[in-house]
Design a protein around this ligand. Structure first.
Ligand code: ADP
Length: 443
């Protein structure tokens, strides 16, 4: 600025001197020179400003304006400011994108609504939960899109912060899905709608309730019988034979309770303990022999009049192998399958237990019986806790309804597969496939 003024004054001086000399040393000549220089300076300044203004009105920051003279410094400053602004914008956009990606990655749904309840933005999870198409439904009113009456009432009553549960759009009668929704206010009248798939939590809660009800029911029945006999023995005069008979029945009921509690403890251990390591090895023959022994003695106990035919067939190479995992768990799974076959096959029936080597796929332990068989609709639910096809048949033979649940857990914990096939009226086949990675040759 300072140099501009000096430059201007020098030019004025030059104009005055030139005017003075050219006019033959007249003072009016000097004045004219001064005036002409001042006018030219002004016109030139206006010209530069006009060029600069034209560029500023529609600036292309990659092409510098021409003919702006010393106003170049302003151009430099504008370009520098613009570059800094662009960088800031880029950073802000990047931060916004990171933020949106984080919300997109959330397993919960997030939706932003304006003051009129129009959808401003939502992540894919929320779109899925509420059946929204973000391209089609952007800026649509959420009450028009989600027509669940519980949700409509929730919006009407403005119970912000409170949680409600509605059916997911993808919910089907055969696979119901539940979504929890929570609305929060923010900014100027805006709303944040959070959604969460709580199907599994609800299912777990239903399972927990069913489990408690089942256990209570299973324990209450033998307890009632026991209490009845105790009362009879305490209050009524009974003969020695009668009391003997009562005590035997009481012993039966207490054994039933014991079996139930043992199975419950086994299940809870299976569910709560880490997967058995591959450092404990048990020879296959040890499991096999113990299993055969238990099956034969149970069969003898239950069907002494008309014995069942029990055939045990084992691959020749089996004695060379050991299985990695928990010996108790494996034994419990194998004996559960054979004792089930013994219990459910009527007297005179036959049971075929096999352990077959499957090249490339380990061993298959299978139990085939000529029992009543199971209708196809029951097959997928057999391994659920307390699921029984025939309750009284199960109880009569000392069943707890937990055996196959235990087998399923043991199989999962040992990378084994449980396959069940059955034909009503013909018999059933339960097979456990033990994979190669759980086997090794006896050292
Ligand atoms: P339970 O203690 O009642 O036998 P499980 O979990 O072992 O319980 O078996 C579940 C149900 O599966 C049984 O109640 C029974 O109805 C059916 N089941 C199991 N094994 C057999 C079998 N070998 N033949 C027919 N039904 C069977």
């Amino acid at each position: 600025m300072f140099w501009q003024v000096i430059k201007f004054l020098l030019l004025l001086l030059l104009g005055a001197v030139l005017g003075y000399l050219l006019s033959g040393s007249s003072s009016s000549g000097a004045g004219l020179g001064l005036f002409l220089v001042a006018i030219s300076w002004l016109i030139f300044e206006q010209y530069k400003r006009a060029n600069l203004l034209r560029w500023l009105q529609n600036p292309d920051f990659n092409v510098r304006p021409t003919k702006v003279g010393d106003l170049e410094t302003i151009v430099d400053k504008v370009i520098r400011l613009q570059r800094a602004q662009e960088k800031l914008n880029e950073q802000s956009v990047q931060r916004l994108n990171d933020f949106l990606s984080a919300i997109q990655a959330s397993p919960n749904g997030v939706m932003l609504l304006d003051a009129e309840l129009r959808i401003e933005w939502c992540n894919q999870t929320a779109a899925q939960h509420l059946g929204i198409d973000m391209e089609r439904d952007l800026l649509q009113l959420i009450p028009n899109l989600v027509r669940d009456p519980v949700f409509s009432q929730y919006l009407r009553e403005e119970r912000a912060g409170e949680e409600i549960v509605i059916q997911a759009r993808t919910s089907r009668p055969e696979s119901p899905r539940k979504i929890s929704l929570q609305l929060f206010r923010y900014g100027e009248g805006r709303r944040l709608l959070l959604s969460r798939d709580i199907t599994q939590i609800e299912q777990a809660e239903v399972m927990r309730r069913d489990f408690v009800a089942n256990v209570s029911h299973e324990i209450r029945t033998p307890l009632t019988v026991l209490a009845g006999f105790i009362e009879t023995l305490l209050t009524l005069p009974v003969t020695k034979e009668e009391s003997q008979g009562y005590l035997e029945l009481m012993a039966q009921q207490s054994t039933r309770m014991q079996t139930l509690v043992n199975d419950l403890l086994t299940l809870s251990k299976l569910e709560g303990s880490p997967v058995p390591s591959k450092s404990e090895w048990t020879p296959i023959m040890v499991l096999w022999q113990q299993c055969e022994q238990e099956a034969r003695s149970l069969s003898k106990l239950l069907y002494s009049a008309q014995p069942q035919t029990l055939v045990f067939e084992i691959d020749e190479s089996a004695h060379e192998f050991e299985i990695a995992g928990s010996r108790n768990e494996l034994l419990s799974a194998m004996t559960n399958l054979v004792t089930n076959a013994v219990r459910y096959t009527p007297e005179g029936g036959s049971i075929n237990v096999k352990l077959i080597r499957q090249v490339e796929a380990g061993f298959e332990f299978s139990v085939e019986d000529t029992g009543p068989g199971i209708a196809p609709e029951h097959l997928p639910r057999l391994t659920e806790r307390f699921y029984r096809v025939d309750r009284s048949r199960s109880r009569e033979s000392g069943g707890t309804g937990l055996g196959l649940a235990i087998v399923k857990h043991v199989a999962q914990r040992h990378d084994a597969q449980l396959n069940i096939s059955s034909q009503l009226g013909k018999g059933s086949r339960f097979a456990l496939r033990i994979p190669l990675e759980r086997l090794r040759k006896v050292l």
